[in-house]
Design a protein around this ligand. Structure first.
Ligand code: G3H
Ligand code: 13P
Ligand code: ZN
Length: 332
């Protein structure tokens, strides 16, 4: 059994309290390999930003739980070596069972998400409550994120009345019954690189898709029901057109890509949204640079020669997010 404190990690409690007061969001960047971890830590140290290193169950299987745990410990030491001790959280993204959450907590995670959003309301409450009871009973208090409302998928009609936006009238009861430390909500974001179908969007004169705005009205209702309570936004990649274009120019196929505009994330960061999840943008940045190197230097076969530039681009992108989108720069 490993306590996250032994690894030098922190939970989300104090980070979210500070983010709520300061009007910014803490970045939650997914990682599953060394270059992603290096880029995240370099960017967050350079911008003096707190950070949530986020691991999905798929990433955990891919990378191995022991390696990830030790990479998180290494991340703390790496930040120190780079010259600034930023607060680092190791968080389970989209945990789907009690057992998985327990396993992560016992191997050094400082925070877990239990995602019961696809279950009935009562089942979601019961599962989330059980995870919270276990996580909070630890002497080092592991924080728990729950979710209410289903993130729109590309197949869903987000403009329809039958969408799965979070219902503001449920949030107070959910938080009270479960005891969660933060709540992920659905206001129009979704996972992946196609957040809306083309017919849900308008187009600029040069054919770029413009998505419908997030439902800030629902967010405001939720804030009224839960004053000062930390809210989480998943599916918050902006899907930068520059990366999509590089990928397509060098042989990739990413038609109909559309993300959440940065101005909307900036606005959300100033509200009760204290954590913003970004994964797809990192995948796009890495893929764009790797494809470019492969196309321009066909003789290259040393992984450091394409993973290195991909890591540099990732770092640049995370610095931009911290400084210009989430507002977390200078808050560590
Ligand atoms: O929310 C999902 C994250 O982007 C993780 O995705 O399950 O493919 O690792 P993954
Ligand atoms: P994106 O696919 O928009 O990056 O969302 C990631 C996420 O929500 C991870 O939980
Ligand atoms: Zn997510």
């Amino acid at each position: 059994m490993t306590s996250y404190k032994e690894l030098g990690l922190v939970n989300t409690k104090a980070l979210f309290e500070k983010a709520m007061k300061g009007g910014y969001a803490v970045p939650a960047y997914n990682f599953n390999n060394m270059e992603q971890m290096q880029a995240i830590i370099q960017a967050c140290v350079e911008t003096k930003s707190p950070v949530i290193l986020q691991v999905s169950s798929g990433a955990r299987k891919y990378a191995n739980q022991n390696l990830l745990k030790n990479m998180a410990k290494g991340a703390v030491e790496y930040a120190h070596e780079l010259g600034y001790d930023i607060p680092i959280v190791l968080h389970l993204d989209h945990g789907d069972t009690f057992e998985l959450c327990v396993d992560c907590i016992e191997t050094g995670f400082s925070s877990v998400m239990i995602d019961g959003s696809s279950k009935s309301y009562d089942e979601n409450v019961e599962l989330t409550r059980k995870v919270v009871e276990y996580a909070h009973s630890r002497k080092d208090y592991v924080t728990v994120e729950g979710e209410l409302g289903v993130l729109a998928g590309v197949e869903d009609d987000v403009a329809s009345e039958h969408s799965h936006y979070t219902q503001p009238e449920e949030v107070e009861d959910f938080v009270k019954k479960t005891g969660v430390d933060s709540l992920a909500i659905s206001i129009g974001t979704s996972h992946g690189r196609c957040k809306f179908t083309p017919d849900q969007c308008t187009r600029t004169p040069d054919g770029i898709l413009v998505p419908p705005p997030l439902r800030f009205d629902i967010l405001e209702e939720i804030e009224k029901k839960l004053p000062g309570f930390p809210i989480v936004l998943h599916g918050s990649s902006s899907v930068p057109i520059e990366y999509v274009k590089i990928i397509e120019n060098f042989g990739g196929k990413l038609s109909d890509s559309v993300g959440i505009p940065e101005e909307q994330l900036r606005k959300a960061s100033k509200s009760a949204v204290c954590k913003i999840n970004i994964d797809s943008d990192g995948r796009l940045a890495m893929t764009a640079i790797i494809r470019k190197v492969f196309a321009e230097k066909p003789e290259e076969f040393d992984p450091r020669k394409y993973l290195g530039p991909a890591r540099d681009e990732l770092k640049k992108m995370y610095i931009h997010k911290n400084k210009d989108v989430l507002g977390s720069a200078g808050q560590a």
